[in-house]
Design a protein around this ligand. Sequence first.
Ligand code: SF4
Length: 326
Amino acid sequence: MMETRQKLIEVKNLKKYFPLKTSLFKKGKQVVKAVDNVSFHIYKGETFGLVGESGCGKSTLGRTLNRLYDPTAGEIRFDGNDIATLNNKGLQPYRKRMQMIFQDPYSSLNPFMTVEEIIDEPLEIHTSLSKSERKKVIVDILGKVGLKKEDMGRLPHEFSGGQRQRIGIARALSTNPDFIICDEAISALDVSIQAQVINLLEDLQKELNLTYLFVAHDLSMVRHISDRIGVMYLGKIVEVSTSDELYDKPLHPYTQALLSAIPIPDPIKAQNSNREIITGELPSPIEMEKGCRFRSRCPFAKPICGEIDPQLKRVDGEHYVACHLY
Ligand code: SF4
């Protein structure tokens, strides 16, 4: 059934390396391998969650997908077309189809622009609508995100954190996109507000047939919203599965450790659980040794893990894992 679904995003062997500067102006030979040979896809209309610790490369992957960063190598197929090497002019038709909602609604909105100006900016760039037509679109979008026409003349600081994120969502929706990257979009919000924003994103997805990449550091946060989830560790995707299967049957030792880190509200259940708490240092993403990147922290590491980098392979249906145990 899933096999026949259409892919909106298909990534093949994507790499994004950042050269390290040896002095103020000089780039050295060393690189940070923020995204290192990553392949995955996102179906049309689904929410793909991308999780991992801070510094694992998940935000860089999102920003490379929508070409805020130029990839070092690899393919990014958007609706069948490879956009990885397109220049600014070639990217123009795709820019309005891919939008982003940022983590911090406080700093991602220009404090000197009114709500109307913030939402109007992408509309003016990406459409040929007249000023009055754009105003109608803005009023319509504000209604969709739960804000009012009267809010158009107000500045971002006049709103609460949750309302500011609604303005960010409105801005992302303005160009009628197909694909939205939510980069830690609810992480900075209070827990009660997070649920409201997630519900809003889900309602908008159904109404507008949107596809989401939902980037977060916390597995508990992405479970509710994601159809499938990819787990990232030091620039690699180490496991991909449907959301339920990932929680019920995590295969990669790192995924198991991430799930163990989710607090259990019941103290007795927490005490009786067989939690595998992650230990060891996060290795440097600059000079990575051969073999599995997780081996310095993995309780199951065996000799082959120090020799060969495990590749992502299908174990069952939509479940993929990169680990020598499978
Ligand atoms: Fe652990 Fe080896 Fe699997 Fe890496 S490949 S996660 S070191 S068992």
